[in-house]
Design a protein around this ligand. Structure first.
Ligand code: NDP
Ligand code: MG
Length: 383
């Protein structure tokens, strides 16, 4: 069997490092062609020496010399800067691009990969939040498949295997509720960054962990699901499921529901996206019902956790609104991580920015880029 050659964008992050562990365990199926990081040069160098990619990219240009000095002796090509990302994903030797970088930075390289006809394993949900219509249309035009890595969307995708001709009535995305589930606004006003960074079920990068605490992650996932599965907002429901065992559900026209279950471990959805349509044997820990005799479900609290409602509203309004929401969110999360804004203030700034930004009904790529910049300016001014 010929090996699938992977470009892993964001290999030094939570998803990136777990993807590399999948590659090691499945080394007859996959090999690494490209690894990229933003500023963690030490880990990138270490990974490159172990996995022997053809090329690495370090985002931070000032770190180029350091990475080059370490990897040139291993005959690994080194590039630096954002533009290099868009070039390396287009290399003939790349079969599949795993977008495991965080935030808006994923958009341009993902579009470049699609333009070159590369299939995408998509972890970087922000790309679909910012420009879902443009990205999915371009993928369709190029005959490119986008395989979801996000666990909820992987669950839906797995439930849809063999069902693609059947109409979906609705999908239900499950949410753990994060560390602050059940808390009132009076309590949330005082929560700290350290508390927000302690997710009960998942060990993830800082940005998505804060998004999970604020329910913004679920809002971004509602928008992601719309574009991945071609749904209307009213067909996408969110339910809080604190154990994170049922990863999401699909309900078909006949009322039948299918769910995908398993322990919360991102290696499974990563492996499924990389190996699709195959399921590969592995030694991941298995789920046992007797360890979880009570799987529970509750309604999300949209008044306390406003971000989920803001995301539904943005999806309903359409155009560049989700792009504005995403940009403002990246700004406020960064500010929260630097102790510059409080937890609840994040939603206030988002709502304000959404009000103030110029609305564009049918945005082009240039419009998205401009909206992202405008939203960042407005949100930053409010901090
Ligand atoms: P991390 O913060 O752990 O890792 C982010 C990666 O992206 C790192 O390799 C980082 O490099 C790189 N990076 C950061 N900023 C830039 C930039 N401006 N340009 C290029 N590369 C950059 O994030 P996660 O792995 O947690 O998340 C990655 C994506 O996957 C996000 O979109 C997230 O929403 C999604 N996701 C994550 C899940 C998880 O379990 N972690 C679950 C579902 C989805 P460096 O290390 O050098 O900073
Ligand atoms: Mg998810």
């Amino acid at each position: 069997m010929t090996k699938k050659r992977l470009a892993i964008l964001g290999s030094t992050g939570s998803i990136g490092t777990q993807a590399l562990s999948v590659v090691v365990a499945q080394n007859e199926r996959f090999e690494v062609e490209v690894l990229t990081a933003h500023s963690n040069a030490d880990l990138l160098i270490e990974q490159a020496i172990v996995h022997q990619p053809n090329v690495v990219v370090i985002g931070e240009e000032s770190l180029y010399d350091k990475v080059y000095a370490a990897l040139d002796v291993h005959h690994i090509k080194v590039y630096a800067g954002d533009e290099a990302l868009s070039q390396v994903v287009q290399m003939d030797s790349v079969d599949l691009v795993l977008t495991a970088l965080v935030g808006y930075a994923g958009l341009i390289p993902t579009l470049a990969a699609i333009d070159a006809g590369k299939n995408i394993a998509l972890a970087n949900k922000e790309t679909l939040v910012v420009a879902g219509e443009l990205v999915t249309q371009r993928a369709k035009d190029k005959g490119v498949n986008i395989y979801p890595v996000d666990s909820e969307h992987s669950a839906i995708f797995q439930c849809l295997a063999g069902e693609f001709h059947n109409t979906i009535e609705k999908i239900t995305l499950t949410a753990s509720g994060g560390p602050f589930r059940g808390m009132s606004r009076d309590t949330l006003i005082k929560v700290t960054k350290a508390q927000a960074l302690k997710h009960p079920n998942w060990d993830m990068g800082a940005k998505i962990t804060i998004d999970s605490a604020s329910m913004m992650n679920k809002g971004l996932e509602v928008i992601e699901a719309k574009w991945l599965f071609g749904l209307k907002p009213e067909q996408i429901e969110v339910i809080v499921h604190p154990q994170s065992i049922v990863h999401s559900l699909v309900q078909f026209e006949d009322g039948s529901m299918k769910a995908q279950l398993g322990l919360p471990d991102m290696k499974l959805p990563i492996q499924y996206a990389l190996a699709y349509p195959d399921r590969l044997p592995n030694n991941f820990e298995r789920f046992n019902f007797m360890d979880y005799p009570n799987l529970t479900f509750e309604q999300p609290d949209l008044e306390t956790f406003r971000n989920l409602q803001l995301a539904y509203d943005a999806l309903e309004k359409g155009g560049n609104t989700p792009c504005v929401l995403n940009a403002a969110n990246e700004v406020v999360v960064d500010a929260f991580l630097k102790d510059k804004v409080g937890f609840l203030q994040m939603s206030d700034i988002l709502a304000d920015t959404l009000q103030k930004c110029t609305f564009v009904k049918r945005p082009s790529l240039e419009d998205y880029i401009a909206s992202d910049a405008e939203a960042r300016r407005i949100a930053t001014d409010k901090i």
